[in-house]
Ligand binder design. Structure first.
Ligand code: ADP
Ligand code: MG
Length: 712
C-alpha cells in the first residue's frame, strides 16, 4: 500500500488497533503525526565515549559489552547492578528498585548506555540508573540475521534518535525508530512545497521531506549540539513551518476582519466632553494612550479587534467605560461580558456609580436572575432602552436580540479561551470588539494567542499605590498571621483569607474554606465580622456577601478562588493565602492583585503547609521577589510549559507538534512577519499559485488542530 501523510497509523504494518490506541493517547493519529513525533534527544553512537575518558558529573553515552549482572537485595531496596566492559576497562551500572531487570542482560551483548557518570565511595566511576538499549545480541542468541543487521545499521555507528517511550514502555525508542523509518521510506515523492519559494530562500529553509529525514536520521556531519537544542536546519524548517501556518491563519483572520464594514463612530467634541464628565480621577498616561488607540479604531469603518492588556489593578475598567461612552453617545448599545457573575455584578455596580449619574442606562443580565426578570431585561435590550448591558458570557450564548449593538467588551479574556473568542467574534461580525486581559502574558504567547488582534498595553499603575509586600510563612506560625490580620483590621482595613478547596476531603488534608470559616469566625476572630464566599453558594448569597464586603460591613472575607479575578475593594490590604504551594503562579498573582488597590500599604501572606515541591519553591520565591506580572508570566511559561499555561490547554491553546513557545520565541516573530508578507501578494515575490497552495495547506492544518474553527 502506498502511504499518504493522512493515512491512519493503524494501517501501518506492525500497528494493530491496540497499538493505534496507545499512539492515539500520544496524539499520533496519522502518518504525518508519527513523522512529527520528534526525538527528544540524540545519542552520539558514532563517537561513543571510552570508559577511560569519562568525567564524574557528565552525561555520557557509552557502548560496551555486558560482562556480569545481578540483583542485590539491600535492607532498603533491591539494587540491580551490571558491569559492562570495553577491553580491559570496566564500568559499573546501577539501577535502584529494579528487580524487573533481573533477566535482561546476557554476557557478550553489546549495550548502549546513557546516564550520569558518578564516583562511588571508592573513587571508581559508575553510571547511575542509565537508560540502555541492547544493540546486539551475543552471537548464539541472535535469531534472525537480517533483522539484526537492520537494527545495527540504525542503532550503532551513527547519531541515534531517542524517542519518548509510550504505552508504559511498550513502544520503545527502538520501535519508533523502525516505524518512522519505514513510514518515511514508503511515502511518495515530495509534493510541491507549501512554503513559498521566496520565504524558503530568504530564511535558507530546506525542504519538508529532507527535514523529516534529517531530523530522525541525522547525517554524519551534523552538529550534535544543534541537534540536542533543536537548531539544525531540519529542526528549524519544521518549527518554522508549524509557526508559519499558524500565523498565516491568524493574519488572514485579521485581514478579513479589517475588510468588513463596521461602524465608524464619531468622536466629536460633545463625545469628548461626555467622557471627561464621568472620570472620577485623572487617567494615567498609559490609560490615555490606550483610549486614544481604541478611539482611533472606533472611528474607522473597519471593525475594531483590539486587546487591552494590563496588569491587575492597572485600571482597565475605566478605559472600557470610556470606550462605551463613545458608542453610546453615537446611539449604539454596548455589551460588557465578564467570566464570572461576581465580576459582572461588580462591573454593574461601578457602571451604575460612574455612568448612571450621567444618564446612561445600564442593565445586568446574568443566568441566575428569575426568568421573568430576564425576559423583561431582554425586552429592554431589544427595544433599545438599555444602553450598556453587563453580563457573563451567557450573554452571547443566550438568545439576546440587541437593538443596535455597536461595541462588545470582553473582560478577563484569558478565561474565555481562544476558541470561544473566535465564536464570539463570528457572532458579532459588525460591532467593534475590545477584549481585556488582566493577566499579562508574555509577548511570545500574545503573538500566537492574539495574533489576530491589535494590542494596547497599560504598563503603568495608577499613582499613589505602594508596592505590595509579599511574605512566605509556614502555617505553624498562623497565630502570628492572625495577629497581623487583627492589627490591620483595627487600623480600619479589610482582609481576604483564601483556601484552595471548599470542603475538606479525606484524600487531601487541605484546610478547607468551610471548616476554616467556622474556626475563624467562631473562635479566632469571634469579635470581628467574617464572611464566607465560595463558588457553590447560591448566587444571590454571593452577591450579598460581596456587597457587604465592598461596603466595609465585613472585616474579613474567607474565600475560595472565586475572588481570583477582577474583584476590586480598595480598602482591603491583606491577602492571606493558605496552602499557597498548591496554587499556580498566575493564580497567586491574580489573587494578590485583589489588594494594593488603594493608597494604604498592602500585604500578601503566602502560607505553606507541609513539604513544598521544587517548582512550588520557585513559584513562591518569584512572587516574593517581584510584583511584575509580565516577569511572572514568563517564569510561569517556563515552569509549566506553554500547554498548561493558564489552563490554556482546555481553553483551546494551539497544541504544537514541534515548536516550543519558549525555545522558539524569535521564530514566532519571523513567522508572523513572513505570513504577513506572503499575504500582500501576488507580486514579484510570490505567485498566486504559491499563495493558494499555502492557504490550502493552512486550512487543512487549522482544521486538524482547531477542529471547527473556520479560516479563510
Ligand atoms: P483592572 O485593570 O485590574 O481591571 P481596575 O479597572 O479594577 O483594574 O482598577 C483598579 C482600581 O484602580 C480601581 O479601584 C480603579 O477605580 C482605580 N483606578 C483606575 N485608574 C485610576 C487612576 N488613573 N487614578 C486613580 N485610580 C485609578
Ligand atoms: Mg478588571
Amino acid at each position: 500500500m502506498k502511504l499518504d501523510p493522512t493515512t491512519q497509523v493503524q494501517y501501518l504494518k506492525g500497528i494493530g488497533p491496540r497499538l493505534a490506541e496507545v499512539l492515539d493517547a500520544k496524539g499520533i493519529h496519522t502518518v504525518d503525526d508519527l513523522l512529527h513525533y520528534l526525538p527528544f534527544r540524540y545519542e552520539d553512537r558514532l563517537n561513543p565515549r571510552g570508559i577511560g575518558e569519562l568525567q564524574p558529573g557528565e552525561m555520557a553515552t557509552v557502548i560496551a559489552e555486558v560482562r556480569t549482572s545481578g540483583l542485590f537485595r539491600t535492607r532498603r531496596m533491591p539494587i540491580f547492578q551490571m558491569t559492562a566492559g570495553q577491553g580491559r576497562a570496566r564500568l559499573k551500572c546501577m539501577w535502584f528498585n529494579a528487580a524487573y531487570l533481573k533477566d535482561k542482560f546476557q554476557p557478550g551483548q553489546m549495550v548502549a548506555l546513557y546516564g550520569k557518570v558518578e564516583e562511588d565511595r571508592g573513587g571508581e566511576l559508575q553510571l547511575m540508573q542509565p537508560q540502555f538499549e541492547i544493540i546486539s545480541e551475543a552471537e548464539d542468541t541472535a535469531d534472525d540475521a537480517s533483522e539484526k543487521k537492520i537494527v545495527e545499521s540504525l542503532e550503532i555507528g551513527r547519531i541515534v534518535p531517542i524517542y519518548e517511550s509510550a504505552g508504559q514502555g511498550r513502544l520503545t525508542p527502538r520501535w519508533f525508530r523502525k516505524m518512522i523509518r519505514s513510514a518515511l521510506e514508503q511515502l511518495p515523492q515530495e509534493q510541491a512545497d507549501p512554503v513559498p519559494a521566496a520565504v524558503r530562500k530568504r530564511l535558507g529553509l530546506i525542504s519538508h521531506r529532507e527535514a523529516l529525514w534529517k531530523v530522525h536520521w541525522p547525517e554524519p556531519g551534523e552538529s550534535f549540539e544543534e541537534l540536542q537544542s533543536a537548531r539544525t536546519p531540519a529542526h528549524l524548517r519544521l518549527i518554522f513551518e508549524e509557526l508559519f501556518f499558524l500565523e498565516l491563519g491568524l493574519e488572514l483572520k485579521r485581514r478579513e476582519q479589517k475588510a468588513q464594514t463596521g461602524i465608524a463612530f464619531q468622536l466629536t467634541d460633545g463625545v469628548r466632553s461626555a467622557i471627561k464628565k464621568i472620570l472620577p480621577f485623572h487617567p494615567t498616561n498609559a490609560q490615555k494612550r490606550a483610549l486614544k488607540e481604541i478611539a482611533a479604531d472606533m472611528t474607522k469603518a473597519a471593525p475594531m479587534r483590539r486587546l487591552l492588556q494590563g496588569d491587575v489593578g492597572s485600571g482597565k475598567t475605566i478605559v472600557a467605560f470610556e470606550a462605551a461612552i463613545i458608542a453610546m453617545e453615537n446611539g449604539h448599545q454596548v455589551a460588557l461580558m465578564a467570566p464570572t457573575e461576581i465580576l459582572a455584578q461588580q462591573h454593574y455596580f461601578s457602571a451604575r456609580r460612574i455612568l448612571e449619574p450621567a444618564g446612561y442606562r445600564v442593565v445586568l443580565l446574568t443566568g441566575s436572575l428569575e426568568e421573568d426578570r430576564k425576559r423583561e431585561i431582554r425586552r429592554h435590550i431589544t427595544q433599545g432602552n438599555a444602553q450598556l448591558i453587563i453580563g457573563t458570557h451567557a450573554l452571547i450564548e443566550q438568545k439576546v436580540e440587541f437593538d443596535k449593538l455597536g461595541l462588545v467588551i470582553v473582560d478577563e479574556q484569558h478565561r474565555f479561551g481562544v476558541l470561544q473568542r473566535f465564536k464570539l467574534m463570528k457572532k458579532s461580525a459588525e460591532p467593534d470588539v475590545l477584549v481585556m486581559t488582566a493577566t499579562p502574558i508574555p509577548r511570545t504567547l500574545a503573538l500566537t494567542l492574539y495574533g489576530d488582534l491589535d494590542v494596547s498595553v497599560i504598563d503603568e499603575l495608577p499613582p499613589g499605590r505602594t508596592p505590595i509586600v509579599t511574605r512566605r510563612v509556614s502555617d505553624d506560625r498562623s497565630n502570628e498571621v492572625w495577629e497581623f490580620v487583627r492589627k490591620q483590621v483595627a487600623a480600619g482595613h479589610q482582609a481576604y483569607i483564601v483556601y484552595p478547596v471548599i470542603e475538606e476531603s479525606e484524600e487531601n488534608e487541605l484546610k478547607a474554606a468551610l471548616k476554616m470559616y467556622k474556626e475563624l469566625s467562631g473562635k479566632t476572630f469571634a469579635d470581628l465580622k467574617v464572611g464566607l464566599l465560595h463558588g457553590r453558594l447560591a448566587s444571590d448569597l454571593k452577591d450579598q456577601v460581596m456587597r457587604m464586603f465592598q461596603r466595609g460591613e465585613l472585616n474579613i472575607l474567607v474565600a475560595t478562588t472565586v475572588i481570583e479575578v477582577g474583584v476590586d475593594v480598595a480598602n482591603a490590604t491583606v491577602m492571606v493565602i493558605e496552602h499557597a504551594e498548591r496554587f499556580g503562579l498566575a493564580q497567586l498573582h491574580q489573587l494578590r492583585g485583589r489588594i494594593g488597590r488603594g493608597a494604604a500599604k498592602s500585604y500578601c501572606i503566602l502560607m505553606t503547609g507541609g513539604k513544598v515541591s521544587e517548582d512550588g519553591e520557585r513559584r513562591l520565591d518569584a512572587l516574593v521577589r517581584t510584583n511584575d506580572g509580565f516577569q511572572l508570566a514568563e517564569l510561569d511559561l517556563e515552569l509549566r510549559g506553554p500547554g498548561e499555561f493558564f489552563g490554556t490547554r482546555q481553553a483551546g491553546m494551539p497544541n504544537f507538534q514541534v515548536a516550543n513557545l519558549i525555545r522558539d520565541r524569535q521564530l514566532i516573530e519571523v513567522a508572523k512577519r513572513e505570513a504577513a508578507a506572503v499575504l500582500t501578494g501576488p507580486n514579484a515575490e510570490v505567485s498566486k499559485e504559491e499563495i493558494d497552495r499555502a492557504l490550502r495547506h493552512m486550512r487543512t492544518r487549522w482544521h486538524k488542530t482547531y477542529g471547527l474553527v473556520e479560516v479563510g
